[in-house]
Design a protein around this ligand. Structure first.
Ligand code: PLP
Length: 387
């Protein structure tokens, strides 16, 4: 099987499993316990926090471990917006892009439903890019928070985050970015990016599912979502997932150790794969930005097919990928991300996403390109169109 669905999830790396193993077995203490097992767990958690902070170029105290990217996004969007509204009730708007992951979009909608916020949705251009002009057009004195993702999970478009964050900063508005798909591929230095909050998820990087990180810059106040014993400096109560934090820190360090070389290698493979598919599949369209995109994502529409049928045909041929995002799988509606890019609903239903991890090879992608040509051809011959 050729696994080309790494944007959905990745297998746990051996080094990660080995690093977390002791904290699941012999060294199983609760970091709040005042005995040697507890001390050992607290030290492991502190080390994991330092390790993550080193990759992000921030202070360890600015890192909160969460149960995943979804929780980190919820904590950033709801936590920062609610803290700002509590300090100044006039701050009752949030700005998000039209291509956010549901974890951000639904958090903003929650603020709208229950806390009197207005959600300003920043449109994207045909490549899926949020331009500084488009963001500037929605910012108001009442904007409590801007949340715009670093890289999109469906089409891979990378946003000009540093420019967008600078714009928000110029108006004194905190800026959050969902870096779940960017982590491991793009620089994560939060000072260079100029962001006030940033989300990472462990399972996209070779750590187990259910681990995430939220960076929040020092003075940015965050209303907690989980109340209890006051762990994570009061930002996120609940006994800490020590093994998970160790796993995430290990996976993030490994991914970033050889990031520039890996990104260059995979970009080359991706470009050859994209060219091969566009050459050999009549009518194929690359979705997302042609160059400002994640090294790891190649996404297409194949008009005259249905994405689901192409997916099934590809799996029969040994290639596993995704039609749109895993989170929207099972839904018949066209992807809101593709619709936001101006792609017609009928064409959006023919979307297929290929996403790679560090183990991808040229041979995999050559075989996959041939499989795509055959799969699209046979779906078209059978007349398996969407709808
Ligand atoms: N944000 C983006 C861009 C994602 O792609 C995902 C997962 O697919 C998430 C957030 C949610 O992360 P998690 O699966 O860790 O909850």
């Amino acid at each position: 099987m050729i696994f080309l669905d790494a944007a959905a999830t990745t297998p746990v790396r051996r080094e990660v499993l080995e690093a977390m193993w002791p904290y699941l077995t012999g060294d199983f203490g609760n970091p709040s316990s005042r005995h040697s097992l507890g001390d050992s767990a607290a030290r492991a958690l502190a080390d994991a926090r330092k390790t993550v902070a080193a990759v992000l170029g921030c202070r360890p105290g600015e890192i909160t471990f969460t149960s995943g990217g979804t929780e980190a996004d919820n904590l950033a969007v709801k936590g920062i917006a609610l803290a700002r509204q509590a300090a100044d009730p006039a701050l009752n708007r949030v700005a998000i892009s039209a291509v956010e992951h549901p974890a951000v979009e639904e958090s903003a909608r929650y603020l709208e439903r229950f806390h009197g916020f207005t959600v300003d949705v920043v449109p994207v251009d045909g490549n899926g890019t949020v331009t500084p002009e488009a963001l500037a057009a929605v910012l108001r004195d009442e904007t409590a928070l801007v949340s715009i993702m670093y890289a999109n999970n469906e089409v891979g478009t990378v946003q000009p985050v540093a420019e967008l964050a600078a714009l928000a900063k110029g108006r004194g508005i905190p800026f959050h970015t969902d870096a779940v798909q960017a982590a491991g591929w793009l620089p994560l230095d939060v000072k260079a990016l100029g962001v006030d909050a940033l989300t990472i998820s462990g399972h996209k990087l070779g750590a187990p599912k259910g681990n995430g990180v939220l960076f929040v810059r020092g003075r940015t106040r965050t209303e907690p979502l989980l109340h209890g014993g006051g762990q994570e400096r009061g930002r996120r109560s609940g006994t800490e997932n020590v093994a998970g934090a160790v796993a995430l820190a290990t996976a993030l360090t490994l991914a970033h150790a050889d990031r520039p070389a890996l990104a260059a290698r995979v970009t080359g493979l991706r470009d050859r794969f994209v060219a091969a598919v566009l050459d050999s599949v009549p009518g194929a369209l690359l979705t997302g930005h042609p160059s400002e995109r994640l090294p790891s994502v190649a996404s297409f529409c194949f008009p005259g097919t249905s994405g689901e049928s192409v997916l099934l045909e590809l799996e029969r041929q040994g290639v596993v990928c995704s039609s749109g995002s895993a989170c929207a799988a099972g839904s018949d509606a066209p992807s809101p991300v593709l619709v936001a890019l101006g792609i017609e609903a009928e064409v959006a239903q023919t979307a297929v996403r290929f996403s790679f991890d560090s183990s991808v090879t040229a041979a995999d992608l050559e075989a996959a390109a041939a499989a795509v040509t055959a799969a699209v051809g046979s779906v078209r011959n059978l007349g398996l169109v969407a709808g």
